[in-house]
Design a protein around this ligand. Sequence first.
Ligand SMILES: *[C@@H]1O[C@H](CO)[C@@H](O)[C@H](O)[C@H]1NC(C)=O
Ligand SMILES: *[C@@H]1O[C@H](CO)[C@@H](O)[C@H](O)[C@H]1NC(C)=O
Ligand SMILES: *[C@@H]1O[C@H](CO)[C@@H](O)[C@H](O)[C@H]1NC(C)=O
Ligand SMILES: *[C@@H]1O[C@H](CO)[C@@H](O)[C@H](O)[C@H]1NC(C)=O
Length: 356
Amino acid sequence: MESTGLGLNAIYHLFLIWLFICPLCSNGSWMWLGFTSVGVFEKMECAHLPLTHKQKDLCTRKPHLLPSVKEGARLGITECQTQFKQERWNCSTRGDPSVFGYELTSGTKETAFIYAIMAAGLVHAVTRACSAGNMTECSCDTSLPGTGSPAEGWQWGGCSDDIAYGTWFSRRFIDNSAKNTSIRGEDALLTMNQHNSEAGRQAVAKTMLTDCRCHGVSGSCAVKTCWRTIAAFERVGAYLKERYETSVQVVDRFKRKVRRKEKDHRHMPITKEELIFLNKSPNYCLEDRRLGVTGTRGRRCNRTSAGPDGCNLLCCGRGYNTHVVRHVERCECKFVWCCYVRCRRCETMNDMHTCK
Ligand SMILES: *[C@@H]1O[C@H](CO)[C@@H](O)[C@H](O)[C@H]1NC(C)=O
Ligand SMILES: *[C@@H]1O[C@H](CO)[C@@H](O)[C@H](O)[C@H]1NC(C)=O
Ligand SMILES: *[C@@H]1O[C@H](CO)[C@@H](O)[C@H](O)[C@H]1NC(C)=O
Ligand SMILES: *[C@@H]1O[C@H](CO)[C@@H](O)[C@H](O)[C@H]1NC(C)=O
């Protein structure tokens, strides 16, 4: 399925709607929203959204958090696309409310990553808004100052990022605990999604950094003041991508506890940081319209790379076409007295490879 001409901004709006509505939806039933007049959502009001009681309440009481929800969705989507730019599945989004299409409900590693990165994006955006002083219900963490290790020449001070509120909000907003399904298999998917959302929130906590500033005579750094900050979201994305690579398949029938599918490793507990999935992914090589998989035909590949963007892997052994592209740039620039720069126009011919 091709992505429509909708801009990214429209997609965030749609995703916002999806976040709100999904607790009410079983597989794909939010498709009824599949009209494209996005402008409708611009003026949305909590009361008019088909929300659960709990969510309507959250939406009505905290409308000022909606910009953060939107920013969180933007972070999540763009980071997913950055992390998967070179892979067969490249996290492309579509112009309907399911946004991610098949991958949202397939119960695969890709579903796991989407839930984790979206939950993490929300924590990140809300936490930044808290630290910026934009919220009444949260600010930065001032519980640390006064502690630290003065003997070792440093202490906590200043304004540490406080992820507690963002984490709480992300849980309230995304986890659909009130959902009660009768469809078999859906409980497993729900559990999986919640586990992975939580892993995403953990990723923000795990990647937090300590920043310090030196004090003392002429910058001697005799005393340091340190504070905790959340890492740039790219760092969180890279961390989650590693978790995706090592994600764990679990059995789809479990009573209380999630269990590994691989029998030999059943005894190993599953940690909060691990991403889990139920179903094996398709190989994403060939187009499958039913699943909305585009396949890799026409994708640009790198002939010399041994990574996932290498022509062999990306094109699934089908081979590639080579095109020659002309590249024009300014070169041999010289400073001419006085005062301008004179350059020549250089033309190079480069090979570009695309999958067959
Ligand atoms: C993903 O790949 C498809 C081609 O298979 C391309 O049309 C699309 O623009 C890519 N999406 C992103 C987000 O790079
Ligand atoms: C804080 O609010 C200001 C003004 O509304 C806005 O420009 C800024 O982007 C917000 N910052 C964050 C991190 O939400
Ligand atoms: C959930 O479903 C069970 C049985 O399927 C039912 O007994 C219970 O009342 C339901 N709970 C809610 C909150 O609807
Ligand atoms: C292709 O891959 C090689 C080896 O990984 C790398 O050095 C080169 O920059 C890549 N080329 C492009 C156009 O990305």
